[in-house]
Design a protein around this ligand. Structure first.
Ligand SMILES: Nc1ncnc2c1ncn2[C@@H]1O[C@H](COP(=O)(O)OP(=O)(O)OP(=O)(O)O)[C@@H](O)[C@H]1O
Length: 233
């Protein structure tokens, strides 16, 4: 494994005339939980899609364990998209089968245990699940892989505060030693304690980044307070 699981250097991305990312650079080393924080439209999903090979026209360098995003990196990264990517007519238990067939590192026993503990009904079709249940299903599928890097795009956006805690503990209890997590969110207060490192993104640029504990100590406030200060309009 490389010293850096993820290396992003001078990443720029435009959608036509719209600039989405400006000179974004950061690295993730093994064993870190990194918060990618920013308001709506700040570029979080664009970065995540580029890392996952879903957007190929960008400028700059993106290396996942030394490889450009592509077929090879799909076995390194377990990705939770911001929108349901599975056919809605699938039952939850069929989604487990799809992941078992698709990913060599998928642990179906773990997935079944997690579905049960999160009370996701296995026999219901995805179309019949509530928004929060769909998020839980996607999270279970994503965290049941034994990947090196987990990339979670807004995993808590659609659930109530009690469910957020369950989701966070599911994330923390199910990632392997030495693997890393990049988690994007605009809801900071309930999640900030899990982060080792923080990246603040504003209008496509990194405006502040560093170790979460140092940022708290240096600024004498929580990451949530810091976020509100940085993003005050
Ligand atoms: N397909 C697209 N075509 C044109 N502009 C886009 C497209 N996707 C995103 N953008 C623009 O790029 C910028 C960054 O969007 P992005 O979705 O990466 O932000 P985000 O931080 O993930 O937002 P959110 O929290 O709302 O999901 C925004 O200005 C957005 O309008």
């Amino acid at each position: 494994m490389n010293d850096n699981l993820l290396e992003i250097t001078r990443l720029n991305k435009n959608y036509g005339k719209q600039t989405a990312l400006k000179n974004v650079s950061f690295n993730i080393s093994p064993g870190r939980i990194v918060g990618l924080l920013g308001p709506n439209g700040s570029g979080k999903t664009t970065i995540i899609k580029i890392i996952n090979g879903l957007i190929a026209d960008y400028n700059g360098d993106v290396l996942v364990d030394g490889h450009m995003p592509g077929i090879e990196t799909k076995s390194i990264v377990s990705y939770l998209p911001d929108k349901m990517a599975l056919p809605e007519w699938l039952k939850a238990k069929d989604a487990v089968k799809v992941y078992t067939d698709f990913f060599a590192d998928f642990d179906s026993t773990r997935a079944k245990e997690l579905l049960e503990s999160l009370k996701v009904p296995e026999d219901k079709r995805i179309s019949e699940l509530s928004k929060g249940m769909k998020e839980k299903l996607l999270l279970v599928l994503t965290m049941s892989r034994r990947a090196n890097l987990y990339i979670l795009d807004e995993p808590i956006a659609g659930v109530d505060p009690a469910a957020r805690e369950v989701i966070l503990s599911t994330i923390l209890n199910n990632f392997a030693d030495g693997s890393s997590i990049l988690l994007s969110t605009h809801i900071i207060s309930d999640v900030e304690t899990i982060f080792d490192d923080i990246i603040f993104l504003k209008d496509g640029e990194i405006v502040l980044s560093g170790e979460a504990e140092s940022l708290r100590l240096d600024n004498k406030q929580s990451i949530d307070q810091l976020f509100r200060e940085v993003f005050r309009c």
